[in-house]
Design a protein around this ligand. Sequence first.
Ligand code: ADP
Ligand code: MG
Ligand code: MG
Length: 890
Amino acid sequence: MARYVYGFHQGNKDMKDLLGGKGANLAEMTNLGLPVPPGFTISTQACREYLAGGEPVGLRAEIDHHLATLETARGRRLGQADDPLLVSVRSGAKFSMPGMMDTILNIGLTDQAVLGLAEQSGSPRFAWDSYRRLLAMFGRTVLGVGEPSFDAALEAAKRAKGTSSDLDLDENDLRALVATYQRIVLERTGRPFPQDPREQLDLAIRAVFDSWNGPRARLYRRTERIPDDLGTAVSVVAMVFGNLGTDSGTGVAFTRDPGSGEPGVYGDYLPNAQGEDVVAGIRNPVPLAELERIDPASFTELREIMTRLEKHYRDLCDIEFTIEHGRLWILQTRVGKRTAAAAFRIAAMLAEGGVIDDDEALCRVSGDQLATLMFPRFDDTARPAPIATGVNAAPGAAVGEAVFDAAEAVRVAAEGRPVILVRRETNPDDLAGMLAARGILTSRGGRTSHAAVVARGLGRTCVCGAEEIEVDPAGRRLTTGRGVVVREGDILSIDGTIGAVYPGSVPLVPSPVVEYFEAGRPDHPRPGGDLVAAVDRLMRHADRSRRLRVRANADTGPDAARARRFGAAGIGLCRTEHMFLGDRRTLVEQMILAGTPAERTEALSRLLPPQREDFVEIFTAMDGLPVTVRLLDPPLHEFLPDLTELSVSIAAADAAGRPVDDADRERLAVLRSMHETNPMLGRRGVRLALTVPGLVELQARAIAEALVRCRRVGGDPRPEIMVPFISTATELDAIRDRVRGVLAEVGTESGLEIDLPIGTMIEVPRAALTADQIARRAEFFSFGTNDLTQLLWGFSRDDVEASLLPRYLDLGILAGSPFASVDRDGVGALMRTAVRAGRGARPDLGLGVCGEHGGDPDSVHFFAELGLDYVSCSPFRVPVARLEAGRAAV
Ligand code: ADP
Ligand code: MG
Ligand code: MG
């Protein structure tokens, strides 16, 4: 027999799938013997069946049964005219979705029962107050009566009374308000408010089921990646009353400060109120510590329960409670949300105290949280009141001039002044402005809006959906809800970590966590439970546990040195393009466009010494650790004069009858012959090495000579040569022969034996599919997951995140960018094939990943699963990858 309903004594905290978080924890607390009002939970299974095909057969009978039990326990019937049992009908899914679904209090009150409640409680004011609350909540959520109606009527009643507090409304005022509310219900729905208590209950349960598919809940699930098919449970709980007078009240308690993780008395208390008042901000609550004075006995009992719950859950708990005539009731608990800093401190403190072990502590923090802690922050001692708040879409702190269109952002930034781009919402035309800006602020859109997605991709700070500001692009200004006007050029500070906007320039402080990494690991852990000590403890455990090594992408000496301080085990990707840019560009041009072999040799011989110096610097910084040098990769045109510019200038000279240099005409001809419509699929990577005479020899020689130089001074350089953009094993054959030739030459010249690993990137799908053939010629593979994603999906990595992706996210076609988190089903499957084939052909094949995915937490877990040897990511992501590699291993 299907079972849809569970009494609180029939469940426990591990039944979240079925009872939702709220129901499972109510059951757990009931079984712990805590003072929880009696009740029962209708399962998510019932919700799923209801949403699929209407009310499940048998549900009603089970509810009848549990309601009867509840009525017996309380000695009165639901809505009984002379002494009514009242209940709350509460939503609660497996994952907490705060404020997204509905809860209705005081179910069971009717025109009759309100009189009985007045009589029984001795407080007619309380009875009418409870009834008006039921009417408003039921009207809004069950009957769909939209605002402004109920709130407006309440405001009007308070105005008429000349007060701003609902506490000043007396019995008669509330009675009149109830009549008004009933009239609103009748007018707006064509039916009177239902006077049958059981009908109220059934309608409320259905409304909570339906709220699972409400637009708010759907949007929340999409941004939080909660599956759509879980459904919500519904808990029916006997009411206890915090609005019975000054010896009653309601509140929220945290076993620790969710901002810092510090144990103590944190929370809010609101005397003479019902639960929803705290959230709604109707009146200002007092700090929880005040309860000690107001009601010492309840305070002591609450403290004991807090300690017990934290011990039981072994984590920070947040707790909803109500006091009815001096008697404490617990209405909810859950493992509480917390800031990144609190997460690290709590995990470390609990591990330190032996409450949890270090593996568990590591699981309770994340790489994303660590990344948040590494951004510079606004100085808390200098933070003014925000002028607006919005969605914390991309973390960080940014200060700059407010600018209202992309072109102006580009212009101001080009003058070296920092910019905050302010838009109602952004679209692909704003991309240049977003790139130029330090931060982005929009008044519309949520976490998956264009602004949010692109900002995260670009690493820009973003606050979006700050609805209280009015953006006026034509007038070049914004106005906040409170009437503050910010004009173009005024300085703004935005905090993307918490979603706040401040006037003027808020001072920044460097992250203490970055300072800790910069300093290298302290020999002794720092004293006290401070944040750095917590990070240190968890990083040490991650490093002890992980199998995956973490290297860095770095192409200069200082970057390499920083990466090393941040814990990199070498360089997984040393790009060489910068060695061909700047004032070396003319030599590159000469090398490529050379008319004679002599000219080419001249250019190459002048490029060699500075490149050798570059490598010496990098190998020195990474002494004793591997440095994977990637041969030149980008399409050639990136190093050459612009074709259009040159043609235009020659055409203009011709038209004006000015003489044109023959050399220029020749350059134009060569540029034309090399022009490609789609350069990213053209002559790049190994194709360049094989077709530009002398190029690969130059690079191999610079590497080999740098190696010799380092060894001569007692160093231990460990370069590896990596060939990019291979599609066929024969390309690798040809390159290897040429590189080996150069190594042998330098060996003879120096009298040293030079042998270094030659490997390849796997980034063209064909290479992945022929990995066995390639592995026979390559000592290592490094997956270039950016290009692999681009080529496998057919998505241009430079455009798609701004142009197509936001739409695709809105349409629900994709849940995230495959460039941000590796696509396990497609790219991941191909990688798995290549790993298997590669290791089959060469068991000791080295395997790594370079590219942005190497620093993405979710991707790191996948790479660990694949059994790769290392990931490589930008120096700042190295600690994040170390932490996640540790988490993947415990
Ligand atoms: P949410 O998930 O939005 O917190 P809840 O179901 O927890 O919604 O209920 C909203 C408020 O009503 C909370 O403050 C809660 O403590 C209070 N509440 C719920 N059920 C009862 C009850 N049976 N008696 C008194 N207060 C209740
Ligand atoms: Mg709650
Ligand atoms: Mg590539």
